[in-house]
Design a protein around this ligand. Structure first.
Ligand code: PEP
Ligand code: MG
Length: 590
């Protein structure tokens, strides 16, 4: 099935997939075929097969202990979680008791799990099927004593039906240049590992990928999700030059990444990073983040049997603060809900989880959970300014209730804590049309606002952000979304309330300029985007951004809005300096 999630039309000889890991590669296509190992063997007896399984699992666990970086370590931890699941052990034992060999039992149980996951509509869940298939094949190889080690020539663009997370390291060690797969998606563990190894990847090309010939020179674009075939010598030379320019520009951007961001017309823009954990914070600082506009604290609360207690939270929040000296760090209160379920909350299944009990609604429904989190953030902040932000706000009652709870916690800590707290600033996310429409009331009551363009787009356009069938419609450049952000911009200016953006539009070259033109003065993007985003903003004037915003607001469609704004930016950049810096137009976090 063909999927085109990209912003621009396809050129001749171009195939469209889903951008999974950023960067470009030019190289010879190399087909990687995995021989799937099927076993059929008879049981040597229940006790013997139980022992073989236990021994194989011990070897598999030992492999998972050798993670190369923090992404690999997190994925290994997820794999350990799968292996340690008591329900899995039960299912395996039932099969062995019924007469299956260890390998047959393993293949059957893991196959069923993978199948069940693969059928789910949320790609964040369905892409986990590959983790089960990966573990299935790894243990089978261990049990039958046949190790298959994938390899490919250095500089190759690997073409495969799908790859497993454990395939990445040997391929990276072999020096491959890129990965194109028929299946898979942007949120698979393979994609995360490819991005952290700096290997561009595009997934979900479908059967059309088979048209590529072995050894053919292809260009893979991991930012746009494209693969280009049929390259002439002139194309090849032009692409090689373009990639060399790009990498030189990136090196320059990286050299200036720690400097402040000042527009060519003199206005300061704060460029912040979105974070999910302490490692993200370290990476963000190294890449020039001047603070964090969004700490997604919910990651601490998911995939566990009990919520983290005060001390566990405070320790992590302290470590995040420590990465940013005295720069601002905005902690969003836990944004869990029925689609990001926490097993310890007694939640009913919901027909429309995105419209159900999530975001600040959860926090107010479970006040002890929220109060503990506020206490942990404030005690970690100590004398520093604490920025606290509410997710999924739709009305003033919600922020008033949060303010009241916060005031209580502040006065309690000021009485009992070791020292007086620093300033406390309360903000809200503009992620629903309602919150954008009442921005004047919110701006008057709160210390700052921040637009979550991922959810604001989802709710404005009625486009489920987890449904790949409508992924192409999830475009924050829709003039309807931009108008809502414009309302927030006007309200914040009138109330002198700082306005930021922490959705993925903040890291997009064209959208970032439009957002600044709409009144945004703080952009919080994923860390990898920061150096180029800063370099790009330094080449723009506020007048250009305003002109780009006006032209986008006046457009009829997202495509026309993007083209109009890009036209304004490119024309003005040509007047100013060395041309447009290609911060890619991708939707990396939605
Ligand atoms: C958003 O919705 O834009 C946002 C930043 O929050 P999240 O992506 O975590 O829902
Ligand atoms: Mg959101």
């Amino acid at each position: 099935q063909r999927q085109d999630h990209s912003a621009t039309a396809l050129a001749d000889g171009e195939l469209a997939g889903i951008a999974a890991a950023p960067g470009e590669a030019l190289g010879a296509a190399y087909y990687l075929h995995r021989a799937r190992i099927e076993v059929s063997e008879t049981s040597l007896g229940i006790a013997e097969e139980r022992a073989r399984l236990a021994d194989g699992l011990a070897q598999l666990h030992a492999r998972l202990d050798h993670a190369s970086d923090h992404h690999a370590a997190e994925i290994a931890a997820a794999h350990r979680g799968i292996l340690n699941d008591p329900a899995l052990a039960e299912a395996l034992d039932a099969r062995i008791t019924a007469g299956a060999s260890a390998a047959m039992a393993w293949q059957a149980v893991m196959g069923e799990e993978a199948e069940a996951l693969a059928g789910l509509s949320d790609p964040r869940l369905s892409e986990r099927a590959d983790d089960f298939r990966d573990l299935e094949q790894q243990l089978i190889c261990i049990l039958i004593g046949k190790e298959t080690q994938l390899s490919a020539p250095a500089g190759a663009i690997v073409i495969a039906d799908d790859l497993y997370p454990s395939d990445l390291k040997p391929l990276a060690d072999a020096g491959i240049a890129g990965i194109a797969t028929m299946r898979g998606g942007a949120t698979s563990h393979l994609a995360i590992l490819a991005a952290s190894a700096g290997i561009p990847m595009v997934a979900a090309f479908g059967k059309q990928l088979c048209d590529v010939e072995e050894g053919e020179l292809v260009h893979l674009d991991g930012d746009q999700g494209r693969l280009r075939r049929g390259l002439s010598d002139a194309d090849r030379d032009a692409l090689a030059r373009h990639m060399a320019d790009r990498s030189a520009r990136y090196t320059r951007a990286l050299e200036a990444a720690q400097d402040d961001t000042v527009l060519a017309s003199g206005e300061r823009i704060e460029v912040f990073a979105n974070l999910g954990n302490v490692e993200d914070a370290q990476e963000a600082r190294a890449l020039g983040a001047e603070g964090s506009g969004l700490v997604r604290t919910e990651f601490l609360f998911l995939d566990r049997a009990t919520p983290p207690d005060h001390d566990e939270q405070a320790q992590i929040y302290r470590a995040i603060f420590a990465c940013f000296d005295d720069k601002p760090v905005i902690f969003r209160t836990l944004d869990i809900g029925a689609d990001k379920p926490a097993s310890y909350l007694p939640m009913e299944a919901e027909d429309n989880p995105a419209l159900g009990v999530r975001g600040i609604r959860i926090g107010l429904r479970y006040p002890d959970l929220l109060r503990t989190q506020l206490r942990a953030i404030l005690s970690a902040a100590g004398a520093r300014t604490a920025y606290i932000m509410a997710p999924m706000v739709t009305g003033v009652d919600e922020v008033d209730a949060l303010r009241a709870m916060l005031d209580e916690v502040v006065s309690e800590l000021n009485h009992t804590g070791p020292a007086k707290l620093g300033a406390v600033k309360l903000g809200a996310m503009i992620e629903t049309p309602a919150s954008a429409l009442i921005a004047p009331v919110l701006a008057a009551r709160l210390d700052f606002l921040s637009v979550g363009t991922n959810d604001l787009t989802q709710y404005t356009l009625a486009v489920d952000r987890t449904n790949s069938e409508v992924a192409a419609m999830q475009d924050p450049m829709h003039p309807g979304v931009l108008r809502l952000i414009g309302l927030a911009g006007e309200a914040c200016e009138a109330a002198a309330c700082p306005l930021g953006v922490c959705g993925s539009a903040a890291g997009d070259r064209v959208a970032a300029a439009v957002l600044v033109g709409l009144g945004v003065r703080e952009l919080s993007a994923s860390a990898a985007r920061i150096p180029e985003l800063k370099a790009h903003l330094r080449g723009l004037t506020l007048a250009t951004c305003r002109k780009a915003a006006l032209s986008a607001l006046a457009a009829a469609t997202p495509e026309a809005a993007r083209a109009a704004a890009a036209g304004v930016i490119d024309a003005d950049m040509n007047d100013n300096c060395d041309g447009a810096t290609p911060v890619p137009h991708t939707k990396d976090e939605g």
